[in-house]
Design a protein around this ligand. Sequence first.
Ligand code: NAD
Length: 257
Amino acid sequence: MGLMSGKKGFVFGVANDRSLAWYIAERLHAEGAQLGFNYLPNPKMERRVRQLAEPIGAKVIVPCDVTSDEQIGAALHQARETLGPLDFVVHSVAYASQQALYNPFYKTSRADFAQAMEISVYSFVAVCQAAVPHLADKAAILTLTYMGSVKMIPGYNVMGVCKAALESSMRYLAAELGREKRARVNALSAGPCRTLSSAGISGFDKMLQHYPTKAPLERNIESEEVGKSGLYLLSDLSSGVTGEVHYVDAGYNIIGW
Ligand code: NAD
């Protein structure tokens, strides 16, 4: 009997086998969970996600751009119809335009700011909103964040502002969904890991070099560690934990010099 035996859930945000969502999904599957996945609606993404999800027996693999309430609603509805009430939902989605990540933050355009906030923050509210009627009792919801929410990280720019809003949204959602559905809502704050998205952060290589010089564990994290902590936050092991930003960063965030 695995830790997630009999549990069913939906994962937003797998793009390839380096996606943090995929590391979490692999752990959940290894512990017996049944999973549904979305893919960003285009043939390349569909192919990539199917290649990963079909071998682990995923019965729901659906197109969903999180800027569409209809697509979010349809994805979660299909997951509920196929799998039954959802015990967990993973939100591992973020986007900011290239110019917003490369230019100085003060030059962020209104349109780029709004787009980053819509895809990286509001989508979490929209996912939770659509998920509520489909949740099992005591469900767990998880989003992915980064320390650029609370400190200025060179090159993280508008995404840092998005993560601040995401973490705040997470707390409001935790308070409300805890009372309404006995659901838990948490955020996992990962240290830098090489993924498709992180390749878009200017200075990302410098981050990877800098962390081992300051972090208490004197190293970067492995994406597998995001998977393990994701499993903790989505399983009964964290049954008393909600509204938390849980750092998985080799301790980097506690250092002040
Ligand atoms: P990733 O590129 O693998 O995942 C990002 C996902 O967002 C992709 O699957 C992409 O398809 C999806 N996405 C973007 N726009 C979308 C839209 N409009 N509709 C639906 N999906 C959309 O990269 P990742 O690093 O695994 O990122 C996942 C999460 O982890 C993000 O929230 C990211 O900010 C966060 N995070 C990453 C790191 C890191 O170092 N990689 C560190 C901390 C937090």
